[in-house]
Design a protein around this ligand. Structure first.
Ligand code: GLU
Length: 324
């Protein structure tokens, strides 16, 4: 495949401020794509409208431009794509793989516990097949205001990840049938992301490792919609001084806060290049140089190293960012 046929995307959710962890994943995805001449799309994943509203308005493109990234074409905004998601649901319905699932979380937990399922008491219980409706009117996509699930067939889903290596999942055992449509009248994350990646011609999904298990579910959705899954590249996450994944509580590490504090974006790129192992110590990196520093073997070595030495925003990293 010619490199111009390859395409990746950055898919931020405006449900909280973008932080250094987002910056790391986005910069690496962008740099790999630009190095190889692939297209890079920006997609705003704003379907979690309550959380997006609570987070306030955010100028995501401006934050990414501050970091030196550019995109091909206009950003795609998920909340403008309802018709595409409804069409995908209609296709899944015509194959008989989706059904209405009005059960509350408590009902799901109780049914899972009755089957002796592991973790039935916690939020990670797999949806038990006993709650699947009998063949009949509940199967299909007749209503928009009810949760719908897609049947997960038993069996293994092997993800041959470019960065994280080979991983074997059994989504039917760990998740059970997954929600693809929500009673809010919008698709779930899993459906929306798969429909958009397919319709935008995304060939390479490069994103944080927290979403690796989702690759198994999304691969199933891609195939159910008649397409092939993209190549997967799952990148190590960034943790704070206590070893916890960066989140909203790390407000001072948001991109807006760093920018407001006068941090030079060349230092952010340098920190990322240093974490990845592309440079020996922190040093400023121009946006044009970053793509020349990264390649697939470097990312794999980075992934292996972070099993024991995670990317940490420690005192040295903070001192570097703030100019000492
Ligand atoms: N919007 C998702 C997030 O911010 C990422 C989706 C993806 O990359 O597949 O967590």
């Amino acid at each position: 495949m010619a490199s111009a046929d390859r395409c990746t995307r950055l898919a931020p959710s405006p449900t909280g401020p973008l932080h250094l962890g987002n910056a790391c994943s986005f910069l690496v995805a962008w740099a790999i794509a630009r190095r190889h001449g692939w297209r890079v799309l920006l997609r705003i994943e704003d379907l979690d409208r309550d959380r997006a509203r609570a987070a306030g308005s955010q100028d995501v493109p401006a934050q990414l431009a501050w970091l030196g990234m550019d995109f091909d074409g206009e950003p795609v905004v998920q909340s403008s794509r309802l018709a595409a998601y409804e069409d995908a649901m209609a296709r899944l319905a015509s194959q008989g793989v989706v059904y209405e699932s009005p059960h509350s979380r408590t009902e799901v937990r109780e049914a899972a516990a009755a089957l002796g399922a592991p973790h039935a008491e916690d939020a990670h219980a797999a949806f038990p097949p006993s709650l699947r409706p009998a063949p009949g009117p509940a199967w299909g996509f007749a209503r928009r205001d009810v949760n719908h699930r897609m049947r997960m067939a038993p069996g293994h889903e092997r993800i041959d990840d470019r960065v994280a290596g080979l991983h074997d999942f059994e989504p039917e055992r760990t998740d059970g049938d997954v929600i693809v449509w929500t009673k809010s009248g919008w698709p779930s994350y899993q459906l929306a992301v798969s429909v958009d990646d397919a319709s935008q011609g995304v060939t390479d999904v490069i994103r944080g490792e927290d979403l690796l298990p989702s690759a198994a579910i999304q691969s199933r959705i891609h195939r159910a919609l008649g397409g092939a899954p993209p190549r997967w590249w799952h990148l190590p996450l960034v943790v704070d001084g206590e070893g916890r994944r960066l989140a909203k509580r790390n407000g001072s590490l948001s991109l807006d806060a760093l920018r407001g504090a006068g941090v030079d974006p060349a230092r952010v790129r340098g920190l990322v290049a240093w974490w990845v192992g592309a440079i020996d110590g922190p040093g400023p990196v121009d946006a044009a140089r970053l793509p020349t520093l990264l390649d697939e073997p470097i990312l794999r070595a980075w992934h292996a190293r972070t099993r024991t030495a995670p990317n940490t925003v420690d005192d040295r990293a903070l001192a570097w960012l703030h100019g000492s």
